[in-house]
Design a protein around this ligand. Structure first.
Ligand SMILES: [Zn+2]
Length: 747
């Protein structure tokens, strides 16, 4: 996944849905602080590439730097808005891009350490600044004077003689103002503010209720016998969880998704069913934690908000800046996937029922039993033992002879380790990256090992953004949560971890190759349904016949990974994908249906609405419940993914289709890599993304490589006509800033 700041990274605030609520009072006083020169953020770092000097930065330095950064940018923005001169591109648009340097400097460093190496001070800083960032965003996008300048420029664009990147930048700003409501008449603006305020309250309330509901929904078991099948370690964890809650016996806490890890291991059908029911109904107990009234109101208000903008539904309102561009395209994408996915779901289900019967099951299997049996089938069919694989994946070898090697073969870039640059943890690796012509192009940090003070999952982000305007080159980091070896032991990782390394480095390449003048359009600052394309694409090189033998070498014997193990890895990839793809796509469909309601629709009965949406989606939802039910679908109600959950599958479609282009054209070659770099990886958000994509592969995205990748080709004939892509360019705005779900959890 990728992380961007939910704040003004450049001059432009990057919130997906600019909130048009009034800025909270009292923020200006807090933000008027000036920064003492002794604060390490007061000036740009003098280290190479302006890398933050973590040897000098103290935890207590972030808060004053962030507050002073907001105050500084407010002064800059106010000066731009009040400029008596006629608006020009330079005194308005470029001026915005030049503003906010302190805020960006401190904000990027803060986001990095708070995510990967947090503590109480950093968390307190986060709590304190989060609402201030929202208000800061409003300060920019609800500034009527500032909007008038952008409107003037937009109206006079023909006379401005802008180059394509400048034209795109102006358009991105202008549309973001409009999207925030700057163009609405005063009465509608007032209505919008009321709706936004209520939505903000409801979203916070949803998050808090869900947190409490998930905690309360944990399965409490008194009798150890009911937990047969769990390992000693799992039992100890369950006992500890009970102790933490001051109850007797055992507690199985709920994870965010419908499926729960213990369902693969529990031998008792009754316990599995109890755990599954606890998961499905966690937020539907009719108590204070029940989220249903909250979400039906959110859905209604979002529909009403879209109507204020003259748009039929919230999905169309929210997808204006995405590659898919509208609801119909996203729904059409899911509809084409439904038949082959449903066929695979049913085929897998029949295997499960047959296995349960053969083992004398005296119950009718349900979704609660799926993982228990599918794990047995996986072991029978693939006999893929992680312990057999791990000796071939020594992390440094994977990084230098796998990840770096593939990038060198494709793009000509080289890497040199550096030991002189301070990091936030001594285990981190630092590399300087050189272009094919030997010119330095940026820095890469890797923070791979799991720690208690690190958020889960894996992600990429920038410490310094690339921009010709500012003369900055990218400083990028990848974070993961791999299990650290005991001292003196080799650092062996799983193939899943290997895939994660390639994935996150795919994001890094998107950032490293950025070649933009304006930071707002730079590198990974693209739409939600595009940003996971370069990363998922890059995963493919892990198994490339030229790359794999180069890094997958037994750390003891020096032997290359044997072909039968490779075959097993490949075969295992399509296993259970009916379920895995199905549950995610069903959730995506649920998301789009909730955000397809017209403003005139009454508040919905959540369970009835959900049942109908799932029945109409075309998937086998009886045996495969959605990855998230409506009542605990955090992504769409408060995490910035409303009407956008389809983006995960969409970008996988792009990744596999683009990889198919490589395979057709000779695979891993410098020429192919250069073309991809020139046409996609170096382009940031400077072009219409659908056109950028078409330009590279020569056609609209084709779903077939995706279906083949997951083995979804055996079912009923799907209509595999390429999805219709609107021909008109609707440019996407600045970075997708939602906290995106972790890679490896597949969202
Ligand atoms: Zn990613």
């Amino acid at each position: 996944m990728i992380r961007t700041l939910l704040m003004a990274t450049a001059a432009v605030a990057v919130a997906i849905t600019p909130v048009a609520a009034a800025a909270p009072k009292g923020t200006s006083a807090a933000a008027s602080a000036t920064l003492p020169a002794s604060n390490p953020f007061a000036k740009a770092s003098t280290l190479p590439f302006q890398a933050p000097d973590f040897s000098r930065i103290k935890d207590s330095d972030y808060l004053p730097a962030l507050l002073a950064g907001m105050a500084q940018q407010k002064r800059e923005v106010t000066a731009i808005a009040n400029n008596p001169a006629t608006p020009t591109f330079d005194n308005t648009v470029a001026a915005m891009e030049r503003s906010g340097l302190l805020l960006e400097r401190a904000g990027l460093a803060f986001s990095a350490v708070n995510g990967a190496n947090t503590n109480d001070t950093l968390q307190a800083t986060d709590t304190k600044t989060a609402p201030l960032f929202a208000a800061h965003n409003d300060f920019i996008y609800l500034n009527a004077k500032l909007f008038q300048r952008f409107k003037y420029l937009n109206d006079h664009q023909a006379e401005l003689n802008l180059n394509p990147e400048q034209a795109k930048l102006l358009d991105v700003y202008y549309k973001q103002f409009v999207h925030a409501g700057a163009q609405l008449p005063p009465a509608k603006q007032a209505e919008l503010k009321t709706i936004n305020k209520r939505l903000s309250t409801l979203q916070t309330s949803f998050t808090q209720k869900l947190l409490a509901a998930a905690k309360a929904g944990a399965l409490h078991v008194n009798d150890a016998a009911a937990l047969g099948g769990l390992s000693e370690q799992q039992m100890a964890a369950a006992q500890q969880a009970a102790k933490d809650r001051k109850v007797d016996g055992y507690v199985l806490p709920l994870q965010n998704t419908t499926q729960q890890p213990a369902l693969s291991d529990l031998t008792s059908h009754a316990t599995r069913q109890q755990l599954m029911d606890a998961s499905l109904n966690r937020a539907e107990h009719g108590d204070a934690n029940d989220t249903r009234a909250t979400i039906s109101e959110i859905a209604q208000l979002r529909a009403q908000k879209a109507a204020l903008f003259g748009v039929d539904n919230f999905a169309d309102y929210n997808l204006y800046d995405q590659m898919a561009k509208d609801r119909a395209t996203a729904v059409g994408f899911l509809a084409r996937l439904a038949p082959p996915v449903a066929a695979k779901e049913r085929q897998e289900w029949s295997d499960i029922v047959a296995l349960a019967k053969s083992q004398g099951a005296n119950f009718q299997p349900t979704a609660a039993d799926w993982n228990f049996y599918s794990e047995q089938i996986r072991k029978q069919r693939y006999a893929l033992n992680q312990d057999d694989l791990k000796p071939y994946f020594e992390i440094h070898k994977v990084l230098t002879d796998g990840v770096f090697f593939a990038a060198n073969q494709l793009y000509g870039i080289t890497f040199q380790e550096r030991h002189d640059l301070p990091t936030w943890n001594p285990d981190m690796l630092t590399y300087e990256v050189f272009d094919a012509d030997g010119k330095p192009m940026g820095l890469m940090y890797f923070d791979y090992w799991k720690r208690d003070n690190k958020s889960g999952g894996a992600w990429m982000s920038n410490l310094v953004n690339q921009s010709y305007l500012r003369g900055t080159q990218p400083v990028i980091y990848n974070v993961a949560n791999f299990t650290k070896p005991a001292p003196g032991q080799p650092a062996l990782i799983s193939f899943d971890d290997v895939t994660t390394m390639f994935h996150e480095f795919g994001h890094a390449l998107h950032g490293l190759f950025a070649a933009q003048t304006y930071p707002t359009l730079s590198g990974t600052s693209v739409a939600r349904d595009f940003v996971e394309f370069p990363s998922q694409f890059n995963e493919n090189w892990a198994l490339d016949p030229k790359v794999l033998p180069h890094y997958a070498v037994n750390y003891k014997t020096g032997a290359t990974i044997p072909p039968d193990l490779v075959k097993k890895i490949l075969a295992a990839r399509t296993f259970n994908q009916g379920y895995d793809q199905g549950e995610a796509l069903e959730a995506a469909r649920l998301d789009l249906d909730w955000h397809s309601l017209p403003a005139s629709a009454p508040r919905q009965d959540v369970d009835k609405f959900e049942a109908e949406a799932l029945a109409n989606g075309g998937f086998d939802t009886k045996d495969v419940p959605p990855r998230y039910r409506s009542s605990y679908f955090l992504h769409i109600w408060s995490n910035g993914y409303s009407a956008s959950y389809y983006a995960y599958a969409w970008t996988r479609m792009l990744a596999q289709d683009a990889f198919a282009w490589f395979e057709k054209n000779g695979g891993l070659t410098r020429a192919n890599g250069q073309r991809f770099r020139n046409m996609v990886l170096s382009r940031g958000n400077t072009e219409d993304l659908a056109e950028m994509y078409r330009g590279f592969v020569g056609h609209d995205p084709d779903i077939n490589p995706y279906l083949q990748y997951y083995g979804l080709t055996g079912g009923a004939a799907a209509n595999t006509t390429p999805p219709p892509m609107p021909a008109t360019a609707v440019p996407p705005p600045p970075p997708a800033a939602a906290p995106t779900p972790k890679k490896g959890e597949r969202g």
